[in-house]
Design a protein around this ligand. Structure first.
Ligand code: HEM
Length: 265
């Protein structure tokens, strides 16, 4: 969807390998020499792919749109590569949270599994993704004030770094009743306005992957629920990961296939 690369493309495996070499432990701030080399390999492969896209009828992707608008340059390539890297890191984090939360809420899993109406089931799965973003995954956005601002009586001087506490705002009991309770029904049959719920940012800097995050996570929930019964064992809670809070590394999610053949941790 971003890089316009499908598994059948001849450079696919090399690109996947370069990605693994580039950020084996997730996103980083300062690159080491081997990461600079991996980045060179990734950009070369992406330029190669862009050439292919120009010649063939490629499936829609961000790369294909940029190629057709004539805007492909080094910066665009870097943006696409980094968007992929941070996007997959954030999405993986969200899916770990979804697994841990579903495992602690087997009754809701069974409620989705028993839902006969497909549209309703989709709505429940989407709501699980939205509720997990609210409870766990979204944390903050930062901005630097470009001028003195007075906000609700407080002066924010020019050049101040402002951290907007999204996680905390999502736990405001004035907005979300019993804010620490997992209750996806808050999002079923109702739109929560952006000034109350904004896990993917707001305004012109809103996450470019927002639609994918919710749509793919809904599909992820659907796959889990239709294939498995899951339960969480071990301590709940969170630990401070490299960039985000993550489920405790002592947590085990046990899955049992619905046909009862296998149970794995
Ligand atoms: C759980 C997954 C994700 C979360 C929680 C998330 C969250 C966010 C947030 C809060 C912002 C706004 C930052 C700000 O205002 O300073 C943002 C921006 C952005 N996100 Fe995501 N994101 C996720 C996944 C993705 C994915 C999968 C992609 C694309 C593949 C993506 C691409 C972007 C881009 C390009 C921006 C910058 C937009 C701009 O500055 O114009 N994100 N994301």
């Amino acid at each position: 969807m971003v890089l316009g690369v499908e598994p059948g493309w001849h450079g696919h495996d090399r690109l996947a390998e370069a990605f693994r070499a580039y950020a084996p432990d997730g996103t980083f701030v300062s690159p080491a020499p081997q990461q600079i080399a991996a980045y060179g390999e990734m950009s070369e492969l992406l330029m190669l792919r862009a050439g292919g896209i120009e010649r063939e009828q490629a499936l829609p992707s961000m790369l294909a749109s940029i190629v057709s608008s004539g805007g492909l340059d080094e910066t665009a390539v870097g943006n696409l590569l980094h968007m992929t890297e941070t996007g997959q890191f954030d999405l993986t984090g969200l899916w770990c949270w979804i697994l841990s939360i579903l495992g602690r809420n087997p009754a809701f899993v069974e409620r989705i599994a028993a839902e006969g109406d497909e549209r309703r089931r989709d709505a429940l799965c989407t709501a699980v993704a939205q509720e997990t973003l609210r409870l766990a995954q979204s944390e903050y956005v930062t901005r630097r004030a470009t001028q003195d601002i007075v906000f609700e009586g407080f002066l924010i001087p020019k050049r101040t770094m402002v951290r907007i506490a999204v996680w905390e705002a999502h736990k405001d009991p004035g907005i979300f009743d019993e804010p620490f309770r997992f209750d996806p029904m808050r999002f079923v049959d109702q739109e929560v306005p952006a000034d109350r719920y904004a896990p993917l940012g707001i305004g012109k800097r809103r996450c470019l992957g927002a639609g994918w995050v919710v749509g793919l996570s809904s599909l992820f929930v659907q796959q889990i629920v239709s294939g498995f019964r899951i339960e969480t064992v071990g301590p709940g809670g969170a630990l401070r990961g490299r960039f985000h809070f993550e489920p405790s590394d002592r947590l085990v999610v046990r899955r049992r296939e619905r046909d009862g053949l296998a149970a794995r941790n």
